[in-house]
Design a protein around this ligand. Structure first.
Ligand SMILES: *[C@@H]1O[C@H](CO)[C@@H](O)[C@H](O)[C@H]1NC(C)=O
Ligand SMILES: *[C@@H]1O[C@H](CO)[C@@H](O)[C@H](O)[C@H]1NC(C)=O
Ligand SMILES: *[C@@H]1O[C@H](CO)[C@@H](O)[C@H](O)[C@H]1NC(C)=O
Ligand SMILES: *[C@@H]1O[C@H](CO)[C@@H](O)[C@H](O)[C@H]1NC(C)=O
Ligand SMILES: *[C@@H]1O[C@H](CO)[C@@H](O)[C@H](O)[C@H]1NC(C)=O
Ligand SMILES: *[C@@H]1O[C@H](CO)[C@@H](O)[C@H](O)[C@H]1NC(C)=O
Ligand SMILES: *[C@@H]1O[C@H](CO)[C@@H](O)[C@H](O)[C@H]1NC(C)=O
Length: 420
């Protein structure tokens, strides 16, 4: 890592190289930023983090929970515009204790987080209601099907969230979770439904594809290669893709296109576009629109600098207890990348649904794991916890929490698709 970016102009640097870079490292972004002023030293802590983690018209039918064929029609409603409302009656959708599959990394209460307010906010779209999540209904949709989440550790959280949302509807012995290299697989026996996570932080192939032993500082992306991954996606009924933070460590990235010995530095946005094109080509050659559905999650925002929502402050997301109300767009949230995704999807001959969860998540400065998380399979030490400035993770989210809302939105779309 070079530390030559010692410009006094913090905003300029933080937008791409720093903020985004730090997304990778589970909250150590702050370190990187400080590094700009100080340099040296923190590189090792950086590496430590990375390697440890690898990743209107609304129809309300009051009886819809019992009626298998009904759904709330969200077709003409932009569910991504709305606000967070306090709702300690219907939230959270599950508890840490009730979900045996919940991973330590995101179980913030168990890891000592003193407040639990972040669990009680419900996303309320402006022009409609999201359908109430019904695990049995989703299991019926998923009967004899595979639902696969593909991407990095953010995407893995969405998988973990989905497992927790579904599992309570299944009796003991009717559900299982196992890991095989690159995958986590949840199986609901009675429904013969499979929910999977597949590790592919760049979607295309890269030298970071090992599910636990990643190379982060020396990333090398093979922009035109996808077959080693995509062979695992063939025939999957519902595919949900996501890729962002791993691209964003620096504004340039080493990559190959064609000859694997011909390594060049590419602008990240150029490389991202090329990689998505490779993905798009695979979709067009492999997806059967009659039987398969494809979704793409928009980028998950970070909250690395409290000065963005609280001018003059010097912290990060640590100790934040309330969502941001009102207009807000964080500077780590790259619109150019969002545009590339949008354009790639528009040009496709098949339908891919873009789930634009960035804005709603950007309001949730209060919902990150901060210091109540782990690195390399171990909870933060007392010393690390005492230093939230350097050790708070403002990239990943506590569960129950924001990824549950992403899944509610996915659920709303699945209802629409499968009951229509
Ligand atoms: C729910 O929130 C309201 C408003 O903050 C509060 O008055 C009430 O005590 C809460 N109920 C529970 C069960 O926590
Ligand atoms: C179980 O689901 C898989 C897809 O996940 C499907 O290929 C298989 O045919 C299903 N089995 C039965 C008995 O329907
Ligand atoms: C991780 O990968 C590196 C480089 O590919 C390799 O040298 C190292 O032995 C691997 N570590 C483990 C624990 O597998
Ligand atoms: C990827 O695919 C190539 C050929 O298609 C193969 O030689 C290589 O071993 C594969 N790599 C992995 C990690 O599976
Ligand atoms: C690309 O790889 C070369 C050779 O390993 C290295 O010197 C350079 O810093 C890398 N560039 C980036 C952006 O990582
Ligand atoms: C790469 O980005 C720089 C700075 O944004 C820009 O000046 C340059 O033209 C870009 N190069 C390519 C090949 O897109
Ligand atoms: C996604 O949401 C953002 C913020 O609400 C908006 O600016 C952008 O246009 C949306 N993108 C798409 C493709 O709908």
């Amino acid at each position: 890592m070079t530390t030559t970016q010692q410009s006094p102009n913090r905003k300029y640097h933080s937008i791409l190289p720093i903020a985004l870079a730090s997304l990778l490292i589970l909250g150590t972004a702050r370190l990187v930023f400080d590094n700009l002023k100080n340099s040296r030293e923190s590189i090792f802590r950086w590496r430590f983090w990375l390697e440890g983690n690898g990743f209107h018209r609304y129809i309300i039918k009051s009886s819809y929970d019992n009626d298998d064929n009904s759904y709330e029609d969200i077709e003409d409603c932009n569910v991504f515009e709305g606000k967070w409302v306090w709702d300690n009656v219907s939230r959270p959708l599950y508890s840490e204790e009730s979900c045996p599959f919940l991973v330590k990394q995101v179980a913030c209460q168990r890891n000592g987080r003193p407040d639990n307010f972040y669990q009680f906010w419900r996303w309320q779209p402006n022009d409609c209601n999201l359908p109430r999540f019904n695990a049995l209904k989703l299991l019926r949709i998923l009967r004899n099907k595979r639902l696969m989440f593909i991407g990095d550790s953010i995407q893995r959280s969405q998988f973990d969230s989905m497992v927790c949302m579904l599992q309570s509807a299944l009796p003991q012995g009717q559900k299982s979770l196992h890991k095989v290299p690159s995958k986590k697989i949840f199986y609901a026996q009675e429904y013969n439904a499979t929910i999977e996570f597949y590790w592919a932080p760049f979607i295309v192939e890269s030298n970071s594809d090992h599910s636990t032993n990643h190379t982060v500082l020396k990333r090398l992306v093979k922009l035109d290669r996808i077959a080693n991954h995509s062979k695992n996606w063939e025939g999957v009924d519902i595919l949900v893709f996501e890729s962002y933070v791993w691209w964003m460590y620096k504004p340039i990235i080493n990559a190959t296109y064609g000859n694997l010995n011909d390594i060049k530095e590419y602008n990240v946005t150029t490389a991202y576009k090329m990689a998505l094109q490779t993905w798009a080509n695979w979709l067009e050659s492999s997806i059967n629109s009659q039987t398969q559905r494809v979704y793409f999650m928009s980028l998950s925002p970070t909250h690395l600098w409290s000065s963005e929502w609280n001018p003059g402050s010097e912290g990060n997301c640590f100790n934040e207890k309330e969502p941001i109300h009102g207009p807000y767009w964080g500077m780590g949230t790259n619109l150019e990348i969002m545009k590339i995704v949008q354009e790639t999807i528009q040009d496709l001959k098949i339908d891919v649904t873009f789930l634009n969860i960035t804005q709603l998540s950007d309001f949730r400065k209060d919902a990150h794991t901060t210091i109540y998380t782990e690195r390399k399979g171990k909870l933060l030490t007392k010393e690390q916890k005492a230093d939230p400035k350097n050790f708070a993770d403002c990239i990943h989210w506590c569960l129950p929490g924001v990824p549950d809302t992403w899944n509610e939105i996915l659920y709303a779309h699945l209802l629409q698709e499968f009951y229509n």
